[in-house]
Design a protein around this ligand. Sequence first.
Ligand SMILES: CC(C)(COP(=O)(O)OP(=O)(O)OC[C@H]1O[C@@H](n2cnc3c(N)ncnc32)[C@H](O)[C@@H]1OP(=O)(O)O)[C@@H](O)C(=O)NCCC(=O)NCCS
Length: 393
Amino acid sequence: MDECILPVMNTGLRGVDVASSKICDVRGKERKLIYRGFLIEDLAQNVSFEEVCFLLLYERLPKKQELENFQQSLKQKRQIPENIFSFLKILPSDMNPMDVLQMATPLLIQNDQTIGEPGIENILFSAENLIAGIATITAAWERIRNKKQVISPDNDLSHAENFLYMLNGKKPDAETAHFFDTSLVLHAEHSFNASTFTARQVASTRAHIYSAIAAAIGSLSGALHGGANVKVMKMLKEIGSVDRIDAYINDLLNSGGLIMGLGHAVYQTDDPRAIILAPMSKKMGQIANQPLWYDLSRELEKKGKTAFKAKKHKEIFSNVDFYSASLFYAMGITTDLFSPLFAISRVSGWAAHVIEEQYAMAAPKPSLYRPGAEYVGDYCGPDECVFTEMDDR
Ligand SMILES: CC(C)(COP(=O)(O)OP(=O)(O)OC[C@H]1O[C@@H](n2cnc3c(N)ncnc32)[C@H](O)[C@@H]1OP(=O)(O)O)[C@@H](O)C(=O)NCCC(=O)NCCS
């Protein structure tokens, strides 16, 4: 620690601003999520995931021709090198898809001739290569681990439609594709959350964007972050019926467990994304003739909030993972793919942050993130540390 910097203890950096950013504003008290000046509610209702990617990367919404060019550019990058499929085929089929995604993502470098070369146009190429490639890897892994043939991308389809097509081998119906596209819009960006901070921290070392994104995928895989949607579904299955909710919550809270999908480090109100996802989950459950998962979620949310308040004397609210779990499940998506779905979307936000970290000169940020830590280890005398010889240990 530099002598001139006074240490401030703030466990987990809560409430500490570590840089400036123009990408996203999360107003936790006001229930507002804003991507580059646009409210999430407006974006979810009016624009596609591709438009959001353009907005995050190019700092404004695209004009018609710009969007067409951008869509074309993403489509050109959907086809990933054959040796990535060969790599996936040699992996044990029970490997967690997030681990697979984290390992395979840097292999996309092969499509990138200018990796690491300075120039905003080069890193934008990489960002698009990652957005397109991560979706292909995820779909391919689902097919390969189930001993099915990999499906080539269909360039007549949007990003959301094409992902579902590569996953299932059939084109999705319009409503499923629309809900999936909206869920990609909702998951795209969320300021300095754990995985984005990971990406920025890696980028601050001047490591390249593939390295930063692979690290962010690792961060996202954790149960307290993007892994929560998988745990929400596990919890819903364990509960199984509405009449078992009370007992389940009681046992969970009494044993110090967490109701997954509730609580957030920033929001002190319901997460605006959960509010948009809830009716989508309900509708998708009806379409799939599986209303149980939404019904269970709704009751669990109500009862969980009440029980938490009684126990902790404070409010708790649903987060993005709460209703995305039942939504994705009703779409027929395998539960352990829920976190990769998060990554397929969030890669756009991570990439925008890596670009801001490495290229935006105006925004105040450290040249390298390097926080301190309060040392609470063994005391070393004021004068000198004494080494313990082998015979004295
Ligand atoms: C997301 C999360 C880490 C945010 O944490 P936070 O606001 O910093 O709150 P803390 O972790 O400091 O928790 C404060 C207290 O509430 C409890 N709490 C927080 N979320 C809880 C939950 N979902 N269920 C039960 N108790 C919870 C904590 O155990 C802690 O109790 P304590 O004071 O007795 O130690 C936390 O709410 C959580 O673990 N949620 C479940 C996982 C999840 O859904 N993650 C996805 C986030 S988008």
